[in-house]
Design a protein around this ligand. Structure first.
Ligand SMILES: Cc1cc2nc3c(=O)[nH]c(=O)nc-3n(C[C@H](O)[C@H](O)[C@H](O)COP(=O)(O)OP(=O)(O)OC[C@H]3O[C@@H](n4cnc5c(N)ncnc54)[C@H](O)[C@@H]3O)c2cc1C
Length: 410
């Protein structure tokens, strides 16, 4: 069983490094194998407050990096929507954030790391090494990262200057995204997945920069918690439509602007402990795709149309255009194009059928799904989205595997 402590496993038992399990699917799981719990490697090794170069062990969380670096004027160059992820996990999924169009993905700011292989060897890998490119976004399959050196970016403090703009449809989203790419480091949109017809693709476009020196706002509160798992999902047909409609109309003005603390801006879900419980015991499924630039507009339209027709909605529907920078990893998910991330309550057969229809639209457009968010994609879907797979395979550590890997490489 994954995660069990005890004597050394028999030869041939697959190994896998485990960070904080913040991946949504089975890419961080290893059923009938062994997980190497990396969180214990939690020491800072060096920090240069003049250059922003930080060396730390791989189990350090992104939140711990910020707690050290932000008071000294430095911030992560790229952050995902949770600060509970570890540095090792962020490298292995080559995670992206709202500033991909400016800064690329996490691996673009890794100066190097040590990789421990199952034969006991330790290799220092840096950009330019073939195994560096295989390990960044390599789903933990090339060995265990023990420590890494990161380049942080300078900021003037914890505050963000945020604008929220209502948009009426997808054409407006793409226009805002183009217009904001130069002026704003962070861009992302929330889309109302239940809107149909003329309202299809309406939503809120959020764009932000780190605020200028001297800015200040309201300090974040203590956070909320889901105290228990309700017997049924709180996210269902009855709650989704009023939620999405209310959320869309919560802002009367077309444009709102303000100063916000970085924590609720970047990590809204970290502020609600056990937020996943609201989906009930059956949980939820994520579907995050990336669509090539030429096909993106039509494919997003088709995906939203399919979801609206199904009536299954999504509580979180996040749309973002990635930048043109080539990915640092052979298997990196973030690449030029548009990404749409969706959360669906697990309603059983109906949602699985809907997800298959969404996959078909993504495949037809030449897109890919994000392994870090996946629990059910087919082997064919995985292979179609990974042109770097043949170059990656020789770098896999023969003793490493994951539940995800066995599922998609069957
Ligand atoms: C609320 C929320 C928001 C999120 N937002 C985003 C987002 O905006 N962008 C994005 O890209 N992702 C996002 N994610 C996904 C998350 O950032 C990634 O799944 C991340 O990799 C999780 O890190 P972890 O330390 O928990 O790793 P785990 O989930 O434990 O493992 C992830 C992978 O990393 C490997 N791994 C972990 N540690 C090591 C190591 N030391 N050496 C080698 N391999 C290792 C594992 O084997 C596995 O393949 C979000 C997740 C949540 C819960």
């Amino acid at each position: 069983m994954a995660g069990r402590r005890g004597p050394l496993p028999p030869a041939g038992t697959p190994l896998l490094a485990y960070g904080q399990g913040r991946s949504y699917g089975d890419s961080c799981l290893n059923s009938d194998g062994r997980l190497l719990l990396m969180r214990g490697l939690d020491r800072f090794l060096r920090f240069d407050a003049d250059t922003g170069v930080l060396a730390c062990e791989a189990g350090v969380t992104l939140g711990e990096v910020l707690a050290l670096a932000l008071p000294r004027g430095w911030f992560l160059a790229v952050t995902p929507g949770t600060r509970l992820a570890t540095v090792g996990g962020a490298i292995a999924n080559d995670v992206h954030g709202k500033n991909h169009h400016r800064n690329g993905s996490f691996g673009d700011h890794v100066r190097g790391f040590e990789l421990l292989r199952s034969d006991g060897s330790r290799q220092w890998l840096a950009p330019g090494d073939a195994r560096f490119a295989a390990t960044v976004g390599g789903l933990g399959l090339t060995g265990a990262i023990t420590w890494a050196e990161l380049q942080l970016q300078r900021v003037s403090g914890p505050w963000m200057q945020v604008q929220s703009l209502k948009f009426d449809g997808l054409d407006e989203f793409f226009a805002l995204s183009t217009e904001s790419a130069e002026s704003h480091e962070y861009t992302v949109a929330w889309v109302d997945c239940l809107a149909k017809g003329a309202a299809l693709g309406r939503g809120h476009f959020l764009r932000a920069n780190h605020a200028a020196p001297g800015a200040s706002g309201q300090a974040p509160g203590a956070g909320l918690a889901m105290p228990l798992t309700p017997p049924l999902s709180l996210v269902n047909r009855l709650t989704l439509r009023p939620f999405n409609t209310l959320y869309y109309h919560r802002q009367r003005a077309r444009r709102r602007e303000g100063v916000q603390h970085y924590a609720p801006y970047f990590y809204p879900l970290d502020g609600i402990h056990d937020w996943n419980r609201m989906y009930g015991p059956a949980g939820f499924l994520q579907h995050q795709c990336v669509l090539p630039p030429a096909q993106a507009r039509e494919a997003v339209r088709a995906l939203l149309g399919e979801i609206a027709r199904s009536g299954q909605g999504s509580f979180l529907a996040v749309l973002k255009e990635f930048g043109d920078r080539p990915a640092p990893g052979l298997m990196s998910f973030a690449r030029p194009g548009t990404t749409l991330a969706l959360d669906f309550p697990n309603t059983g057969a109906p949602v699985f059928a809907l997800l298959d229809r969404l996959d078909a639209i993504v495949a037809e457009a030449g897109g890919a799904l994000y392994p870090a968010k996946d629990a059910r994609m087919s082997p064919a879907m995985f292979r179609a989205g990974q042109p770097g797979l043949p170059a990656f395979l020789p770098h896999i550590d023969p003793a490493f595997s994951s539940s995800f890997w066995r599922r998609v490489m069957e």
